[in-house]
Ligand binder design. Structure first.
Ligand SMILES: [Zn+2]
Length: 307
């Protein structure tokens, strides 16, 4: 794979998820009683970090909560030979003197171990928040499988965390220019590669062709599509699937109202616009940044990016 697309910030991990433990009825009691268990407390989906940007992991006994309270809020993130890692979806458990940071802001600076666990924790927590009721009968559901599903007590329907595939693409024309656009809700000067959700019954490649046309009026050659990698983006539930593609047309003609501007940039024009601060590129934590950098061909200065 293209080296500029490897080690995507939120795709990094070192700890295995230990899925075999999820169905063990004793998993929580064993983990909560162990001195080798490390707990990540989440506060409104933010994570506690030190000034040096590593996660503040705490021991179960240090938290102001009973085991039964903890069991209703505990997510099993994974385990390695030294530790079992949990997340707790509960505020006010006695964690003070920490900085609360969003994964989006600090994800690219966390270690691979921390970011892999934190990304799972943020994705799971967000899903639990939005899926408290059974989709069939409306009953309140209960946490199950160590936080990896929710169960309806009425009809035993089990729900699993949703991941929504979205494509993102660096479209180039035959002259080597890149196509960047600004979404309606973004401030002036914020541009990025085109992106959009894969629709029901659609392949990711078909979504690339469709979204690029809808957002820009540009036609993309299906045969030119090159898969570049993926990264979870749990804001709230996306999996970003990245491509590069070559356009067969160059005239911009936006078909929908998702974008306010779409433009072609040469490398020189991009550098000039970024240097004069009329253009801000996506944050280094995003796969969009890495796609643009992959097209640009060398490291992009961090000052060119929004943070
Ligand atoms: Zn139900």
């Amino acid at each position: 794979m293209d080296t500029l697309m490897s080690e995507l910030p939120l795709a990094r991990f070192t700890v295995e998820r230990a899925a075999q433990l999820r169905s063990n009825p004793e998993w929580f009691e064993q983990a909560w009683a162990s001195d080798n268990t490390r707990v990540l407390v989440l506060h409104e989906r933010n994570i506690p970090v030190t000034d040096e940007l590593s996660i503040v992991w705490v021991k179960p006994w240090s938290l102001k909560m009973t085991p039964s309270q903890a069991k209703e809020a505990a997510l099993l993130l994974g385990a390695d030979s030294d530790h079992t890692y949990l997340a707790i979806m509960k505020d006010e458990v006695g964690l003070s003197d920490v900085n609360w940071a969003s994964l989006r802001d600090v994800g690219s600076q966390l270690s691979a171990t921390d970011v892999g666990l934190a990304t799972a924790a943020v994705a799971l927590t967000t899903w639990h928040d939005g899926h408290q009721f059974c989709p069939r009968c409306g009953q309140a559901t209960a946490i199950a499988m160590a936080g990896w599903s929710r169960l309806c007590p009425q009809d035993e329907i089990e729900q699993y965390p949703r991941t929504e595939p979205a494509m993102i693409v660096a479209v180039e024309d035959l002259a080597g220019r890149i196509l960047l656009g600004r979404r309606l809700e973004w401030p002036e000067g914020w541009l990025s590669t085109l992106a959009g959700f894969v629709e029901a019954g659609e392949s990711c490649e078909a979504a690339v062709i469709r979204e690029v046309f809808e957002e820009s009026g540009i036609h993309v050659d299906l045969q030119s599509l090159k898969y570049m990698g993926s990264q979870p983006w749990p804001f709230p539930a996306s999996l970003m699937l990245a491509y590069r593609a070559v356009a067969t047309s160059t005239e911009v003609d936006m078909q929908d109202d998702e974008m306010t501007e779409v433009q072609w940039f040469t490398r020189e024009a991009l550098a000039a616009a970024c240097t004069s601060e009329t253009l801000k590129l996506p944050s280094p934590v995003s796969i969009a940044f890495r796609l643009i950098q992959s097209w640009y061909g060398e490291d992009i200065p961090i000052q060119w990016c929004r943070n």
